[in-house]
Design a protein around this ligand. Structure first.
Ligand code: BG6
Length: 490
């Protein structure tokens, strides 16, 4: 059970709240994870009565929460927890009214714990945090925590400026920076797979692993987010956060204990060892692409190109795809390439991590009609959840022909809590393990900034790929020049 508290949600009428947060909170309510004395105070600019707010939340559950009318029998109880207060980011009186409402709710005797969630346009993050402090809302004998969504800045400098604003209002240990990939079941599972199985640890290094591949491909295009995405691109949108988080989980050393700071310390060391790239290295190691219209008769048929999307500049240089080869220069990983690729409008929606093991020192089966493929450990993050090991076995009925076989584990993804539910619950209980610490954010930007700069300067050409494909050819070349290929092969 989460402790008693009041959750103040900024951006209560926005997309994230409706798509992810209300469904997550309602699930928690239904699973009895929320305490008796707990309220959600929604705030946004629009003037809304409590009733109108309740009906918006109800509608969001039906539209985005995979819930039907029958699933909403508990809703009247949930609705009792909901309140609304209009807040304009720059109006002091609004904050005073908000503070009063929170105090009124706390008169039921609950511990005055407060959790603030900034699910709004990032340009308001800093000011809202400062206003929360200025009106006294963050001074309470209970806990006062801040959950903040990405993007956390758009480069190191802006991130640092934002962080300084937040730190005037909240202590580092009370700031919960969301990276929703860290809330995904299989991303959290990496730690268990690695550190609870004695068969992997001896192999988890450059002596046995040939390369690591992390793919996060999407089929959607820019949707209605052009105003944000045009200024971000795939590098800032996906690589700086989600992709590097997965790299850290795969590459970190075992922590001394399963304690938040011990784990985060190990993760951040990976970023410290991550080789930084200058302009020349970017050309060698990073591919950037932008989708064009889908080809006739192919998967992407009928899909527009990025530059034709609503709100996108017709000469846009923004990348919708990035592939990169990374190196972690420490004892464990020296010489092992980590390949990343992520993009919009690709052939499949899929997030998978592939560990490719080294080939046998000598292939005894080379001259038979079998083909010895590499051993792979594939961690399936999304949409399927599970993992499999690709091994070689004898092809039945033959003499020494070899076929790849898979030992597979898959997990029921439908009933598992969603990332946001897990992360909200962690923040309520004060567990920040799966949130991003400031030094992680800052080092991730320090890695990404020179690459973004090289993109701006044209040091890595913007290539194109047809919607519905696996990205520009150079993304294959990046892996092939090391003698590998992207796995799995669909
Ligand atoms: C978000 C990005 O952080 O992650 C989006 O801003 C992207 O552009 C999304 O679509 C992908 O998340 P998931 O969970 O669908 O892989």
């Amino acid at each position: 059970l989460a402790p008693e508290h009041t959750l103040v949600l900024f951006g209560a009428t926005g997309d994230l709240a409706r798509r992810k947060l209300y469904p997550a909170l309602y699930h928690m309510h239904m699973r009895d994870m929320l305490p008796e004395r707990f309220s959600i105070v929604g705030t946004a600019r629009r003037a809304l009565t409590d009733e109108a707010f309740v009906s918006e939340v109800r509608q969001a559950l039906l539209t985005y929460g995979k819930l039907s009318e029958q699933d909403l029998t508990d809703f009247p109880d949930f609705a009792k927890r909901l309140r609304y207060q209009a807040v304009h980011a720059d109006r002091k009186d609004d904050y005073a009214a908000l503070h009063e409402l929170v105090r009124e709710l706390e008169r039921d005797g609950r511990t005055p714990n407060r959790l603030f969630y900034l699910a709004m346009a990032p340009e308001f993050f800093g000011d809202v945090a400062l206003s929360i402090a200025a009106c006294g809302l963050s001074q309470s004998p209970g806990f006062c925590r801040l959950i903040i969504e990405k993007p956390f800045g758009r480069d190191f400098e802006t991130a640092q400026a934002l962080n300084e604003q937040l730190r005037q209002a909240f202590a580092e240990e009370d700031i919960y920076r969301i990276d929703h990939y860290l809330g995904k079941e299989m991303v959290q599972n990496i730690e268990v797979i690695r550190f609870a199985n004695s068969m992997f640890e001896p192999l988890w290094n450059n002596r046995s692993i040939a390369n690591v591949q992390i793919t996060s491909s999407e089929t959607v295009g820019v949707e209605d987010r052009a105003s944000y995405y045009e200024g971000a691109g795939a590098l800032r949108d996906m690589v700086q956060n989600h992709m590097l988080q997965m790299v850290m989980m795969i590459a970190m050393e075992p922590p001394s204990r399963l304690k938040t700071e011990a784990i985060r310390d190990e993760k951040v060391k990976v970023l410290r060892s991550l080789r930084r790239y200058g302009p020349h290295d970017v050309k060698e190691n990073v591919v950037r692409g932008q989708y064009t219209a889908g080809a006739e008769g192919e998967k992407g048929q009928g899909l527009p190109g990025y530059r034709q999307e609503h709100g996108v500049n017709a000469a846009s240089q923004t990348e919708t795809f990035v592939a990169a080869r990374l190196f972690i220069d420490n004892f464990r990983w020296a010489g092992v390439p980590f390949y990343l690729r992520t993009g919009k409008r690709m052939a499949l929606k899929s997030t998978e991590i592939v560990i490719q093991f080294r080939d046998m020192p000598r292939d005894l089966y080379f001259n038979r009609d079998g083909q010895l493929g590499p051993n792979l450990l594939v961690i399936r993050v999304n949409p399927a959840e599970g993992m499999y090991m690709q091994l070689n076995a004898k092809k039945p009925g033959t003499e020494g022909s070899v076929v790849p076989i898979a030992m597979e584990f898959s997990q029921d993804a439908d009933n598992a809590p969603e990332a946001y539910e897990r992360l909200l619950y962690d923040a309520m209980r004060g567990d920040s393990t799966f949130f991003t610490r400031w030094d992680e954010v800052s080092l991730a930007w320090k890695f990404v900034d020179p690459i973004a700069e090289a993109f701006r300067e044209g040091d890595a050409p913007l290539e194109t790929y047809e919607a519905g494909t696996w990205g520009p050819d150079s993304a294959n070349a990046l892996v092939e020049k090391d003698g590998y290929r992207w796995w799995p092969v669909y």
